[in-house]
Design a protein around this ligand. Structure first.
Ligand code: PGA
Length: 243
């Protein structure tokens, strides 16, 4: 099963999301062996939920708090997203870590809650350029997995997205060799920590023209796409290349 996910970040109003799907649903019909997932901003979840009804396309929230409800002003609830029809929650994206100070421990609590609700957490991991150049890539990924999955249950659904921070939104995609090498390392770590059959997505400047080369690499179970998922045409081409 290949998972192709769209991270819309803080783009697209509810109306823009509806317009996207008018065009996208004409172009793309989900095929077996492929799961297509959209992560809109929280305020557009309802519009996305309505637009996707009966389509077989999936969606989820870009983040959710580690509790389902309570006195947590300004936070978002995975349980509410689930009621709206979500099946995934994106967690630990590098922008959450770098801009909003999310720690591996906070992410671990979120992963546990999301799994307990029978939603699928999509846990993002990735090294910075400085870390890669210092030869620390595997150490960083190991820590992110060890701590981020500390409260996760191995039998429950989980997806991991490997996104080198230096490749996100920069146009600098990791080479197929770097992707193959790092995904093999991540697969080994997941196995070591007792997690089997986890799809490992690649993310970071995935575009229609590099998707086919990347999807062929060992242990690449799909993509997490930012910029190129905002246009129906380019996202449809990436899905086609990943098929
Ligand atoms: P990008 O973003 O495809 O624009 O590099 C990927 C992501 O942040 O998930």
């Amino acid at each position: 099963m290949k998972v192709i996910a769209a991270n819309w970040k803080l783009y697209k109003s509810p109306q823009q999301a509806r317009d996207f799907f008018k065009s996208f649903r004409e172009k793309v019909k989900p095929v077996s062996g492929q799961e297509i997932v959209f992560f809109p901003s929280a305020f557009a979840l309802e519009a996305v939920s309505e637009s996707l009804r009966g389509s077989g396309l999936k969606f989820g929230a870009q983040n959710a708090y580690s509790k389902s409800e309570g006195a947590f002003t300004g936070e978002n609830s995975a349980a509410i997203a689930q009621e709206m029809g979500a099946s995934y929650i994106l967690l630990g994206h590098s922008e959450r870590r770098a801009l909003f100070g999310e720690s591996n421990e906070q992410i671990a609590a979120k992963v546990a809650l999301v799994q307990s609700l029978a939603l699928t957490p999509m846990l993002c991991i990735g090294e910075s350029l400085q870390e890669r150049e210092a030869g620390k890539t595997n150490t960083v990924l190991k820590e992110q997995l060890r701590l981020g999955l500390a409260k996760a249950e191995a039998q429950k659904p989980l997806v991991v997205a490997y996104e080198p921070v230096w490749a996100i939104g920069t146009g600098k995609v990791a080479t197929p060799e770097q992707v193959a090498e790092t995904h093999t390392a991540v697969a080994g770590l997941l196995e070591k920590f007792g997690f089997k059959n986890v799809a490992i997505l690649y993310g970071g400047s995935v575009k229609p023209d590099n998707a086919a080369g990347l999807i062929q690499q060992k242990h690449v179970g799909g993509f997490l796409v930012g910029g190129a998922s905002l246009e129906p045409d380019s996202f449809a081409k990436i899905i086609e290349a990943a098929g």
